[in-house]
Design a protein around this ligand. Structure first.
Ligand code: TYD
Length: 227
């Protein structure tokens, strides 16, 4: 998506809120994030839209290393440290300052991706991953995590149908086996089950407007609670 650069707008300084989106390949994450961003901007909120890995100049350089299809020999341990380095930079340089001024920060993927992909997907122990994440984020955690749930095969099919394999958007991590993505999906569902108050699981196989409606309802509820 186009969120490697920060988009920010609005001046209605509400209540800080950190919203993250997670979901497997082809779940329609980008579409839903952009729709939510527009919805909040239209109401005059100060909204910062960003993504992981990336979101800062340094993070974008780390992103290139992580996603480069040439880097086949990359170890999961190196992956988690690189994702975490990008995350530390994003939180320190962008997310924390934005939250401190009362903005809504929307992030396309965050620490739950590391638990799902490097943890459940690659089989790294979750405890050290959580410790590394705490170190990288300084304890900044999402208020809401939206998980766009779709069967792995359906998501991959959608992504292929969208022609992303030909346009270079098919990165090193997308190329991993279906079994890897299935483990990551199971991981997401386990993470959501353990912390239901933070997660909104939406069935991403439905029409995009219906999915967006579910997301807006939850965000509206959180905003009115904070107001
Ligand atoms: P990206 O092109 O941004 O994919 P998507 O549109 O699916 O978000 O690529 C990011 C890839 O990195 C994606 O396959 C998920 C993976 N990832 C991890 O494995 N661990 C992480 O901590 C993060 C943030 C992403």
């Amino acid at each position: 998506m186009c969120a490697s650069t920060v988009m920010t707008a609005g001046s209605n300084n509400p209540n800080q809120m950190f919203i993250t989106f997670e979901g497997p390949e082809g779940s329609g994450k980008t579409t839903q994030i952009q729709a939510l961003f527009g919805y909040l901007i239209d109401q005059g909120y100060d909204v910062v839209l960003t993504r992981e890995p990336g979101g800062t100049t340094i993070g974008d350089q780390i992103r290139q290393i992580l996603l480069d299809p040439e880097n086949q020999e990359m170890l999961p341990e190196a992956e988690i440290l690189l994702f975490s380095a990008s995350r530390a930079q994003l939180v320190g340089q962008l997310a924390r300052p934005a939250l401190e001024r009362g903005a809504i920060v929307i992030c396309d993927r965050f620490a739950d991706s590391s638990l799902a992909y490097q943890g459940y997907g690659h089989g790294l122990d979750l405890e050290p991953l959580r410790a590394i994440t705490r170190f990288a984020t300084g304890g900044v955690k999402p208020d809401l995590t939206v998980y766009l749930d779709i069967e792995v095969e359906d998501g991959l099919r959608r992504k292929r149908a969208a022609g992303q394999e030909d346009t270079g958007a098919w990165n090193r991590l997308d190329q991993k086996a279906v079994a890897f993505h299935n483990r990551a999906r199971k991981g997401y569902l386990a993470l959501a089950e353990a912390e239901p108050e933070r997660w909104l699981i939406v069935n991403a196989a439905r029409p995009r407007e219906v999915i967006q409606q579910d997301i807006r309802e939850r965000v509206d509820a959180l905003l009115s609670r904070e107001a």
